[in-house]
Unconditional design. Structure first.
Length: 243
């Protein structure tokens, strides 16, 4: 299944019409990252997917995703872990498919060889929720890496990766959405039914021995929206980054 999906997403990345490219760039994804991630428009392969779960959810050859944007999810070693499909040009709809290896691998949107190299060289990491929140990459220092967690969360595998690869002086900046869910998951909260304390992402990072901080901002409910409203200068002001 990995070989089939890898070939499919690479084929999709070779087909990115100007209108689709403009949409992706207009939503804030940096051009270099778009290319390195191999973003494309899904075209159903001739051969059926060798996995029944994929066929059931997306069609025998992925036909239900025909024409949707495809965002491959790569492991730190450069192996496909899954793909995120997004309908574009109309009503928002997102579907994902993960390979079995994703159960024990760190899955970040935006994980690329250059991102891993920046982390290895000691750069800070900026954690965001969704793929278009990777717009933060327009504003941060070029030595830093921006990774999407796939939502307002941090999995055990993602945390383990950060523990393993971040240098001691590096800082993890948590830039989740400025809505209730994003802020509860950033700072932690008390469950209203059980009274149990749920640790926030910043607390978990610090407890794991990492340097971490919450980044609060204005100008939009998420970084992607801030960028859409004012571009790189607006993001830099919102995040407190000096050009």
């Amino acid at each position: 299944m990995r070989e089939w999906l890898t070939n499919a997403v690479l084929d999709a990345s070779s087909f990115l019409p100007e209108s689709a490219e403009g949409y992706v760039l207009g939503r804030g994804l940096p051009y270099a990252l778009m290319e390195e991630m191999r973003v494309g428009v899904w075209r159903s392969p001739e051969a059926a997917a060798p996995e029944r779960v994929f066929q059931h959810r997306h069609g025998e050859c992925g036909g239900r995703m025909e024409g949707w944007l495809s965002f491959p999810l790569w492991s730190p070693r450069g192996r496909v872990l899954g793909v995120e499909f997004r309908r574009w040009g109309g009503e928002k709809e997102v579907k994902k498919h993960f390979l079995p290896e994703s159960a024990w691998s760190p899955v970040f949107m935006g994980m690329t060889p250059s991102a891993l190299s920046r982390i290895w060289d000691g750069g800070d990491v900026w954690l965001v929720e969704g793929v278009f929140d990777l717009a933060v990459g327009h504003a941060v220092p070029p030595s830093d890496a921006v990774l999407s967690c796939g939502g307002a969360k941090l999995t055990r595998n993602q945390l383990t990766f950060l523990q393993r690869f971040l240098r001691p002086h590096a800082v993890v900046h948590v830039v989740f959405d400025m809505d209730e869910t994003g802020q509860k998951m950033t700072h932690g909260y008390t469950h209203p039914d059980t009274g149990r304390r749920v640790w926030g992402v910043v607390e978990r990072l610090v407890h794991a021995g990492l340097r971490a901080q919450c980044v609060e901002y204005r100008g939009g409910k998420d970084p992607g929206e801030v960028w859409e409203r004012g571009g790189t200068p607006a993001l830099q002001r919102a995040l407190g980054i000096t050009p």
